[in-house]
Design a protein around this ligand. Structure first.
Ligand code: PGA
Length: 251
């Protein structure tokens, strides 16, 4: 079977002004120029998308957004539509990050609407799923992930989600320095792939990319990437520094 192409994605969260973002993107372009065997994506805050997009032109780094709203336009103060993201140069959008679920009331239902809006605009959605520490300790991990993925992808057809990316991000590993072991990540990724197989068939299960996220660092990426079902990483903190992120990209 052809190996899935890996994707290393940087989620900058609410960090960096436009000028800082441009500077970081410029360094990253230099550091990753021509060296890469993975797809690379960075997701700066909305205000930096356009200037960063100019920097990334002609490079092997794609641009992503951290959120999207599902309506095409209207009186929705503070929201950003799929067309706005596309016109800003985005190819990817992160959907349902645990911080959005935890602090901004996102649910599996809103995640589902956002995925549909992204697909309609030809954006590649990266759907984030992951259990909390409490859910893991009470042996509810598989139950929680099944619910998040099944409801998040409800009423979507196989054709719609051909490009979709899944990010497994255990909440207890995000920003905590506690990376899941490669064995833990592999166990969950395999499970998520089996859910895709059950709901969408074998061919998509084989081709869909499943990223791991949660305290990924240059010294943990190689081991994680050696797992058969780990196809890349969604990197938060360690993506803010171009030298560190380029080490992860060139694992
Ligand atoms: P982290 O964040 O790498 O800082 O743990 C990952 C994420 O939230 O996507």
């Amino acid at each position: 079977m052809e190996k899935r192409r890996s994707l290393i994605a940087g989620n900058w969260k609410m960090f960096k002004t436009s000028s800082e973002a441009v500077e970081t993107a410029q360094k990253l372009v230099e550091l990753t120029d021509g060296k890469v065997s993975s797809d690379i994506m960075i997701a700066p805050p909305f205000t930096s998308l356009v200037p960063v997009s100019d920097i990334l032109k002609g490079s092997n780094i794609a641009l992503g957004a951290q959120n999207i709203f599902w309506e095409p336009e209207g009186a929705y103060t503070g929201e950003i539509s799929s067309a706005m993201l596309v016109s800003a140069g985005c190819e990817y959008v992160i959907i349902g990050h645990s911080e959005r679920r935890q602090y901004f009331g996102e649910t599996d239902i809103t995640v589902n609407k956002k995925i549909k809006a992204a697909i309609k605009a030809n954006l590649v959605p990266i759907i984030c799923v992951g259990e909390s520490e409490k859910e893991r300790e009470s042996n509810n991990t598989f139950f929680v992930l099944d619910k998040q993925l099944t409801k998040g992808l409800k009423n979507l057809a196989l054709n719609d989600i051909k490009t979709l990316v899944i990010a497994y991000e255990p909440i207890w590993a995000i920003g905590t320095g506690k990376t899941a072991t490669s064995k833990q990540a592999q166990e969950i990724h395999k499970f998520l792939r089996s859910l895709i197989e059950k709901n969408f068939g074998d061919s998509l299960a084989k081709s869909i990319r499943i990223l791991y996220g949660g305290s990924v660092k240059p010294d943990s990426i190689k081991e994680l990437m050696s797992m058969p079902d780990v196809d890349g990483a969604l990197v938060g903190g360690a993506s803010l520094n171009p030298e560190t992120f380029s080490k992860i990209v060139n694992f």
